[in-house]
Design a protein around this ligand. Sequence first.
Ligand code: ATP
Length: 263
Amino acid sequence: MTALLKISDLSVTARLAGGDLRLLDGVDLEVRGGQIVGVVGESGSGKTTLARCVVGLLDRNVRVEQGSVAFTGEPVVAPGVDRTDRVRGRTVGMVFQDASRSLNPLMKVRTQLAEVLRRHVRDISRAEVERRSVEVLEQMRITDPARVLDSYPHQLSGGLRQRAAIGLAVVTRPSLVIADECTTALDVTTQAKVVGLFRTLVDELGIGLLFVTHDLMLASDLCDRIAVMSGGRVVEQGDALHVLDQPQQEYTRRLLAAIPSWS
Ligand SMILES: Nc1ncnc2c1ncn2[C@@H]1O[C@H](COP(=O)(O)OP(=O)(O)OP(=O)(O)O)[C@@H](O)[C@H]1O
């Protein structure tokens, strides 16, 4: 089976006044349908750069030096190549740490969902927009979708806002979702709900999820596979249980040792 997302030997460099800085170094990673792959590592290890590179959202001073990113076998990122506009929002949905980066504060949730649907689903009718908007909020386990649709983001609690942001990312029925620290700003209870929601979405819809987090405990709860990053490299990857129970690398052992409750 072709991987939904295949990152091969990806190296990325930032141009700085003092010279070039390697941000990603020979990264290999795959995500398949129905699979949650966690990318973990300390702050500055390159997780966000990897997530952004995959969807063509690199900073202006950053460029791909080597390697490629392919969706279902189609290369979209390579040195001098960026075809991510073909997949962004349609094949690939994105959720960021802060719902305010995904949601427009000046628009009601209803308008935002409608805008995304109209952009990506050709000739969609007004009734179908409404039906799919309500449906996606119900999938997000939102009990009163009508109220949320008629709300501006600031009128919602943090947890509801983040679920609406996830709804916005999946309303076009993408095959892959990239979530970058999207539960970090939430309290522990809400975080658990959002994580449970992701598991259900992946299991029910068969999507693939690339879940970026600095939180190894969270990754161990949610992910099927884990890739551990350090200094722009994937230093270890494999089945989540295997990586966590029998880490092969000293760096992973140190990350685990830093979790107070890990034994
Ligand atoms: N445009 C840029 N120019 C120069 N350096 C950059 C740029 N973007 C990121 N970096 C550097 O690359 C390194 C990796 O950053 P990145 O944000 O990918 O790490 P991260 O693992 O996501 O960390 P965090 O969890 O703190 O967000 C950091 O040292 C960061 O300062």
